[in-house]
Design a protein around this ligand. Sequence first.
Ligand SMILES: [Zn+2]
Length: 458
Amino acid sequence: MPAQSYAPADAEVQANLYSEMDYMATLFPRAYEIHQSSGEITAGELRKMQGELLSGQLANARDLVPFYRESLAAYRSGTDAFSALSRLPLLDKATVRSSMIDLCSDDLDPATCRSARTSGTSGIPLRILHDESHLIRLHAARLRYNNERGLRTHYKMLMPFQNWFHGWIECTDASIGLARVAHFGTPGLDADRVAELVAKATAFDPDMIFGHPSQCVQLARALQTSSSTRMNPKVVVTFGERLLPAARALMADVFQARVADTYGMREFGTIAAECVEEQYHITGERLWVEVVDEDGSLLDDGQAGELVVTNLTNQAMPLLRYRTGDIGALATEPCPCGSPHKTLKLLEGRDLPAIELANGRSVAIGVLTRTVREHPVERFQVVQYAPDRVEIRLANTGEPVDLRAIAEAVARVTGPSVAVSARLVTTDGFVGSRLRKHVDAIRVSEDTPTPSGPVIHV
Ligand SMILES: [Zn+2]
């Protein structure tokens, strides 16, 4: 076998990544300065800083963002920014989608903005613009998190089993502390090529492994079966999917390292990250998190409701009181780790990451999501009645939607043992859970009646 016969990453993929890293490097001095100057702060100092950032954000939105011109017209700088914020209506994804232009600042400089496409698990992706102030604060926060994980600068980070390319790419990412970052992807590669990439990843000797829980688990399993190789990372950081206890235990065992999960969304970047006590601390230096009930009323700390996030620094496209669709509660007590950043408990919302089929196989909801999202669907839900019966419910965008094509595409994923139906429904045709109305996937009892609406069974 030749030494390096895995397919090299596509030249264009690599060129795009390098160019993005070049740009991010220009932001590093400012992120580093913020990081260096912030040092240890108290909860009171943090709250004061949040108030100042919010006050600036509200004034910016009032003066420059058409969407907020009216609702913030009465806002006066120097008055209580938090109470002004709490009077704003909640912002949902559908509104961001329909009012994207109005949500952008009249003053934005496209040359210095970056566009993030969300990969939400339901509906059409959104496009969010982030300005330099957002990016710099985001990077500074990552430097803080990494410090806490025992990593300073010039560490090595591995992103295993990427699904957007195959091969190996290395670059230096200044934004996260001049880190040497290696990504490898295996779509379409045979077992030998995959084994070579895993061996290369082991030789790379990463200090940090960074990926979705499923990607890190795949790496752990690959290492388990390849007898002689071992990695010695200091930490495994996961994001993007719910980290289940079994996955955490497997990673801790195989990597012999701390596993730190994070909670985030493309709209904001990391919203909260686990500390050594495994508590999710909010990135309080750039985000403000509220918890609301089903009517949108603010809940007290300790009470569970929908998490609503405000970006304190992104002035190009301010998202104020943005509904995450995730359920959680703010902690009532400070964390024993001593961090001044509030912790939140994530409760639901990322439940049912996979559906279990009759043959013992499980299918990740994300896989079904990608399949359905190729169609013009406003919202959809995977309803599982039994291990061998699944219904995809959807609301269309106004454009005709091919129910048969969706049902067949899902059936190709779930396999022949599962009866799949696709049904067009109105809003009340979606199943809500006890805590919230919007769930992407839900299990119901077998005799639950189906709603009305055109349906195709395959
Ligand atoms: Zn803590």
